[in-house]
Design a protein around this ligand. Structure first.
Ligand code: 6GU
Length: 267
């Protein structure tokens, strides 16, 4: 996967040299380039912002440097039937913004299937809307939000999104099986995990996990995942497909004091 990031703070992205993302870059699974937006300015002050039309506090990023940056990094011409099979393809443009679409594990999976991502990191009150409107005439543009709070700029959001996406790329995680069991993989939070020692500061590892009985262990983990999800994430719990809950799931929820979403009972 190719990834380009444009920001006025390229130094923010030094952590991407580390750990598993660093290794993915070193072995070519991830071809990442970070670009300084000011490289596309032409005045002595390398100006990227100005006051907002209509008034109000803060500054807005001017369109010209962004236009030049996107022209340079997404140069492919659109064709009537989309990009030619072997020719250059247009990237998916992602613009972090608190006003964007919520970033989810499902979106991470979707982005992991792209061949080229281009991130435009806004600062201040954001980027002049015309940059996004113009870009949308020739490529797919998605404004994306990490959650319901406000950051200074999109840089940290890009680190988060890239970490979530790159770990889904084939060959990046040593044990791909762990992707199937983790929180959010099936609309449930993951059960708690334990390692040795079996007793620590008066707290014991649940007996079932030491039993060696794989059936009981799987059942216990599923019960814990259901109870945790119901307790901590009522929104995820309500969104569960009722058909994915069998009789034993419903009994476990009942014991934990939760009402399973109504619907057809599997098995
Ligand atoms: Cl993606 N960007 C900014 N600036 N603030 C945010 C955000 C993104 N997600 C939540 N708050």
């Amino acid at each position: 996967m190719r990834v380009d990031v444009v920001s006025i703070f390229p130094e923010y992205f030094t952590p991407l040299d580390l750990s598993l993302i660093g290794r993915a870059r070193a072995n070519g699974v991830l071809r990442l380039a970070v670009h300084d937006l000011r490289g596309w300015t032409h005045d002595v002050h390398r100006t990227v912002d100005d006051t907002p039309y209509g008034g109000g506090p803060g500054m807005v990023m001017r369109p010209e440097p962004w236009g030049a940056a996107l022209d340079a990094l997404a140069p492919a011409e659109p064709t009537p039937d989309g990009p030619t099979p072997d020719g250059p393809t247009l990237p998916r443009l992602l613009v972090p913004s608190p006003a964007g679409e919520p970033f989810t594990q499902a979106m991470a999976h979707e982005l992991a299937g792209e061949s080229h991502l281009l991130f435009a990191c806004g600062r201040y009150e954001g980027i002049d809307q015309r940059v996004l409107d113009h870009a949308a005439t020739r490529m797919r543009v998605t404004e994306v939000s990490l959650g319901d709070y406000v950051l200074f700029g999109g840089e940290v959001a890009v680190l988060v999104i890239l970490e979530a996406v790159t770990r889904l790329l084939p060959g990046v995680l040593g044990n791909a099986g762990s992707l199937d069991e983790e929180s959010h993989a099936h609309g449930l939070l993951e059960a708690p995990m334990y390692t040795k020692p079996a007793a620590w500061r008066g707290h014991e590892v649940p007996e079932v996990l030491r039993s060696g009985d794989h059936g009981r262990i799987a059942r216990w983990r599923r019960d814990e995942a259901l109870a945790r999800t119901a307790t901590r994430r009522p929104d995820m719990f309500a969104a569960l497909d009722p058909a994915s809950l069998d009789k034993r799931d419903r009994a476990a929820l009942d014991r934990a004091g939760f009402q399973a979403p109504p619907g057809h009972v599997a098995k």
